[in-house]
Design a protein around this ligand. Sequence first.
Ligand code: NAD
Length: 371
Amino acid sequence: MGSYRIAVLPGDGIGNEVTRGAIEILKTIETRFGHQFAFEFGLIGGAAIDQKGTPLPDETLAICRESDAVLLGAVGGPKWDRNPAHLRPEKGLLQIRKEMNLFANLRPVKFYDSLTDSSPLKKEVIQGVDLLIVRELTGGLYFGKPSGRIVENGEEKAVDTLLYKKEEIQRIVKTAFELARKRKKKVTSVDKANVLESSRMWREITEEIAQDFPDVTLEHMLVDNAAMQLIRSPQQFDVIVTENMFGDILSDEASMLTGSLGMLPSASLSASGPSLYEPVHGSAPDIAGQNKANPIAAILSAAMMLRLSFGLAKEADAVEKAVQQVLAAGLRTADIAQKGHRAVSTEEMVNEIKAVILDNEAISHIMTVYA
Ligand code: NAD
């Protein structure tokens, strides 16, 4: 029996609804397995700007640093879209990544047989897809200096810098190999080594790290080819590791393989403290406050927290299996419902997943109601 402190940052829009759902599921895990989770809440994003005048208040950071893991909802919304750069909700996200040293963003993309029709791709292309994108999150083009606007000899210019230190590449690539070792034992390292010096260094370091993992196969792929292969034959991938901006773009592309943003969890691992877990989707202002949001991405993020931060594999399995079972039984929120099928609310989805976690027999009742 363990006891764990979880910092919860609901953020804005549906961030509130989906984190509430994930907390319900964590409380169910407490009940079934006898652990203790203490939840402490903090402000981030637009909600923090409104109440504290900054997208990431110091007290929020303090709560996160004292926790064992952080659960985040989503930030942003039209209300803050015209704010200056330092008062944008998304600034809170970039800041928390840097402050908490969240260097590795993990995004699993998994095919669910029951959701074949939600994907824009053909069933034979996506069947069996089970890949993990490992994106470097605190270096590269989004953080390198110089960055900004300059005027030189009367000419206006803009510059961003793609900079990586050797150790930043080493730690992300090593993480990818360690994760691949527990999966299908293949790493695809994505770069642009035919053009960029930073990519050539990335490739050299990846080759060096690979020496320590003789049981894992390494392949290199240029980023433009990787973008194409993800659509052409996504089954070929196991773990994809790449730098910050390539990862940003490829992970959004990969997220569409399974059809709905509402299904995709993520983890951001820290090099020095608690890690952070959040759904891939944003605050969805178009459906916020309507009890319509799909809570599964947030719930699966909580499952990743159980597995990766707390080492509770059995408990994570119980959550993931319950999600799979309710989907197989026909339960759908609006974003994944087929035409003509009744969509359930956020709360109904959460309640049925809870019921299945607590009692395996619950699924037969759910099947008769929703099939
Ligand atoms: P979004 O992910 O919020 O929504 C895109 C579409 O997907 C919308 O139609 C929305 O209704 C739907 N959707 C998203 N999550 C869903 C869920 N769980 N269940 C059902 N439907 C869901 O992206 P957007 O509309 O481009 O951005 C809205 C706001 O969110 C913006 O302010 C943006 O900056 C912010 N954003 C935040 C994050 C984050 O917090 N990590 C990520 C992306 C966007």
